[in-house]
Design a protein around this ligand. Structure first.
Ligand code: GLC
Length: 544
């Protein structure tokens, strides 16, 4: 914001922010989103979601107002890890459709102003990938060094699935151990081999040439590894997988080369990395000097306790570290790997409404996981009935589209529905203006209309200094001196907005948080009672 009224200073007019800074991103887990009624050929309904299903339901995403969608993997896969075990990076699995369907989906999304992000899986391939098939044959074949082979396990690393199993598996054909950080069917690629890097960069080009807008990069912090570094023995004994310990320097130069590929294309092609390091300082370094990832997921926020103190601490720390590197934050509370946040946070919808307010009013890019706009819980699935090697079935329950028993699916879906689907379904909730789905929609739309919410400053209420409007992630209030009340989180966005999230049971006065505030949107179901923020609710208020 300029502080003088005369002529504007000379200089270039600042460019509008790139889409990935202002977007609300909606994650689609294709198996569970929707099954199309109009599959081409003789593909009978099989209860698994597909690309036609997504096309048929794009209007829901447009209704919500999301600007981008991230598709969990749709590449050819034997599905040992439900698509994260890729056997061809440059084709669509027949279960989901074909390349033509994907082109149609991209065209239909773009027609609605929605960008499309694919899920690129650079750390590993399926053991059925032709590269691995060749690599495992013997020690001298042309792809012998494309994976990580050793005569004996060089370290104590644990795999992720199943928990506690060694990450090194003996392959009888080749007579050596291969590294698999996840399932036994997912072999880690050897990124130290330049041929592997070149082949993987080509897979990015394949999709960029087809008009894809960006990539979510699966466990991308693992494309560099130090095989000589053991994990802490106590962590290994607790069956913690190697993934959150993998943080080595060489990854950064590889990310810079990945970034150059994206930057070589017209438009703003973007990357968001799954950097599963639960430390904001380490995570922030994967933005590089604005030359590595465009965005990184922030798992320390996702795992925050649903209390003002925990959220406040994680937000403050995140903003401080990202400000240091000039990185743009992301915020997510759920995804396809973790129990849904309403499930984790004690099931109370009032809390899910408050966290929706935070997610959509913090400075940075919010990522929504399909179904959170319905306030879904996880499906209840007995341990012995789980089919995912990581036991993540519950959060992957299919989206209920209607109130009918099959909830709009042409046949019974591959996983059971979450509880309450008779009223927590898209048809019922979009018809009810008091539903959580409408709250999400109103917040997304409010954000879309407000530059202050998209790119304005952030400061905690009561802090001494204020960030500069339009300055991105300025956080003048991250010094911990702000308004402190054990039950309330309150912050300003730009000079325009104040957000008050009341986690306690007692009402609080809006006037406590600033003068001339007028509530514009409240999360609670009761009509606004004067200048009061009732217990277990939040408001976003405008300064008049
Ligand atoms: C990521 C994905 C997860 C997958 C794993 C291995 O964490 O989000 O679903 O199982 O990587 O690819």
């Amino acid at each position: 914001m300029t502080d003088h009224c005369g002529a504007l200073p000379e200089g270039p007019v600042s460019a509008p922010p790139p889409w990935w800074k202002t977007a609300v991103v909606y994650q689609i887990y294709p198996r569970s989103f929707a099954e199309g009624s109009a599959r081409t050929g003789d593909h009978a309904a099989d209860g698994v979601g597909d690309l036609r299903g997504i096309i048929e339901h794009l209007d829901h995403i447009a209704w919500l107002g999301a600007d981008a969608l991230w598709l969990s993997p749709i590449f050819t896969s034997p599905m040992a890890d439900f698509g994260y075990d890729v056997s061809n990076f440059c084709d669509v699995d027949p279960l989901f459709g074909d390349l033509g369907d994907l082109d149609d989906l991209v065209a239909e999304a773009h027609r609605r102003g929605i960008q499309v992000i694919l899920d690129w899986v650079p750390n590993h391939t399926s053991i059925e990938h032709p590269w691995f098939q060749e690599s495992r044959r013997d020690r001298t074949n042309p792809k012998a060094a494309w994976y990580i082979w050793r005569d004996t396990p060089p370290n104590n690393w644990n795999a992720a699935f199943p928990r506690g199993d060694t990450a090194w598996l003996l392959d009888d054909t080749r007579g050596q151990y291969y590294l698999r950080s996840f399932c036994k069917e997912q072999a880690d690629l050897n990124w130290d081999n330049p041929d592997v890097e070149a082949a993987m960069l080509d897979t990015l080009r394949f999709w960029l040439d087809r008009g894809i807008d960006g990539f979510r990069m699966d466990v991308v912090h693992m494309i560099g590894k130090d095989l000589t570094a053991d994990d802490p023995p106590e962590a290994v004994a607790k069956q913690i997988p190697h993934v959150p310990f993998n943080d080595v320097e060489v990854t950064h130069e590889r990310l810079r080369r990945i970034r150059s590929v994206l930057d070589g294309y017209p438009g703003e092609r973007a990357s968001v990395g799954e950097v599963y390091l639960l430390d904001e300082d380490a995570m922030s370094r994967y933005y590089g000097d604005n030359d590595e990832l465009h965005l990184s997921f922030n798992f320390s926020f996702l795992w925050a306790e649903p209390t003002p103190a925990s959220f406040r601490e994680r937000i403050t720390t995140t903003l401080a570290h990202l400000e240091r590197v000039g990185g743009w934050p992301t915020w997510a509370l759920s995804n396809h790997d973790v129990p849904r946040h309403r499930q984790r946070h004690g099931r109370d919808e009032r809390l899910a409404r408050i966290t929706a307010l935070l997610l959509l009013t913090l400075p940075g890019t919010p990522f929504l996981y399909q179904g959170e706009e319905l306030g879904l819980l996880d499906a209840e699935i007995a341990d012995e009935a789980m089919i995912d090697p990581g036991r993540r079935d519950g959060c992957r329950a299919p989206i209920p589209w209607t109130a009918e028993p099959n909830h709009g699916w042409p046949t019974s879906p591959w996983l059971p529905f979450a509880p309450e689907a008779e009223h927590r379904n898209v048809a019922t909730m979009t018809n009810d203006t008091t539903s959580i789905a409408h709250l999400y929609r109103e917040l997304v739309h409010l954000r879309a209309r407000s530059p202050s919410l998209q790119t304005g400053s952030f400061s905690w209420v009561g802090s001494t200094s204020r960030g500069v409007e339009g300055g991105g992630v300025e956080d003048g209030g991250s010094d911990g001196e702000g308004f402190s009340d054990g039950e309330v989180l309150a912050y300003h966005r730009g000079d325009e907005w104040t957000v008050v999230a009341n986690f306690g049971s007692a009402s609080v006065e809006l006037d406590t948080f600033g003068l001339n505030l007028r509530s514009v949107l409240a999360t609670g179901l009761q009509p606004l009672q004067g200048r009061i923020v009732p217990g277990f609710s939040g408001v976003i208020a405008r300064r008049d």
